[in-house]
Write a protein that binds this ligand. Structure first.
Ligand code: ZN
Length: 275
């Protein structure tokens, strides 16, 4: 599932490719991905608007339009936004759910094999309400060790689940929660409030480092993840626990273990050096 580094890559690429372009029209092929709009209102509220910029918030790619509307794409699991250099026509066996034609002749389309992702159209008030439910951005300079501690210290839940709770901290999902906890040598099922101040500072540092490194490598490619040019990310080779259950720990050599006990997602950890 695309997390902060993958969606950051998507948003940066889209911004470089289509910021300044004007939306001519929208074709919706599978309306079930739409939120807060219908095929008709999506067309009516975006046609003629300029895409001012694409940026990322949490695990969502956001397009600011010149008329104040925002398109929010949440590519959960298999969603991808692709930019086509020329006019594009939908073929058979195509997973494109909707396509924006741009006035310069290009197309920007959303493709989603499982259609678990969503495309929302939010006016300023709806956007503010949506954003208010999200925690702070972990790579933001204001996200200090103190701010991190204030977010996690009160919780009795497993630290891994707390890291992935989008209301507490935005953008971290399963891959980077596993990696950050391994780097910080903290057991994923530890109650968040039991972390010592030293452990909290270490985890804060490792969360930020692993996310920044993954952004630099354009994310982790898994299953259907693609950037807007159809390319793939390079972080997987750097992952120390993700996808490595049963392999020796890169730090101590013990066999890595896996469980689905935390939030039904796979947790991989080293039983010897993660305490
Ligand atoms: Zn180990």
């Amino acid at each position: 599932m695309p997390e902060l580094p993958e969606v950051e890559t998507i948003a940066r690429d889209l911004d470089a490719a289509v910021a300044g372009a004007v939306i001519a029209r929208v074709r919706v092929y599978r309306g079930d991905v739409l939120r807060a709009c219908t095929p008709r209102t999506l067309g009516a509220r975006t046609a003629g608007a300029t895409i001012e910029r694409w940026w990322r918030r949490a695990k969502h790619a956001v397009a600011d339009l010149s008329n104040g509307e925002r398109i929010v794409i949440s590519p959960r699991f298999t969603g991808a936004v692709l930019v086509e250099a020329a006019a594009w026509t939908r073929g058979r066996h195509d997973y494109t759910t909707l396509a924006f034609s741009l006035s310069d002749g290009r197309a920007m389309r959303y493709r989603d094999v499982r259609r678990l992702g969503t495309v929302s159209l939010l006016d300023p008030a709806a956007f503010a309400a949506w954003e208010a439910r999200l925690g702070p951005e972990p790579l933001d300079p204001s996200f200090t060790a103190k701010a991190f501690a204030a977010r996690i210290a009160p919780s009795r839940s497993a630290i891994k689940a707390v890291l992935m709770d989008q209301r507490r901290i935005a953008g971290i999902g399963n891959i980077y929660a596993n990696e950050a906890l391994w780097r910080a040598r903290i057991g994923p099922s530890r109650a968040a409030h039991s972390l010592t101040p030293v452990e909290r500072r270490r985890l804060h540092r490792e969360v930020r480092k692993v996310l920044a490194e993954a952004v630099a490598q354009r994310g982790t490619s898994f299953r259907d993840y693609q950037d807007p040019h159809g390319g793939r990310g390079g972080f997987l080779a750097s992952a120390k626990v993700y996808g490595r259950r049963g392999q020796p720990c890169a730090r101590c050599g013990a066999r890595l273990r896996a469980t689905h006990a935390i939030g039904n997602r796979i947790t991989v950890w080293c039983p010897r050096c993660q305490r």
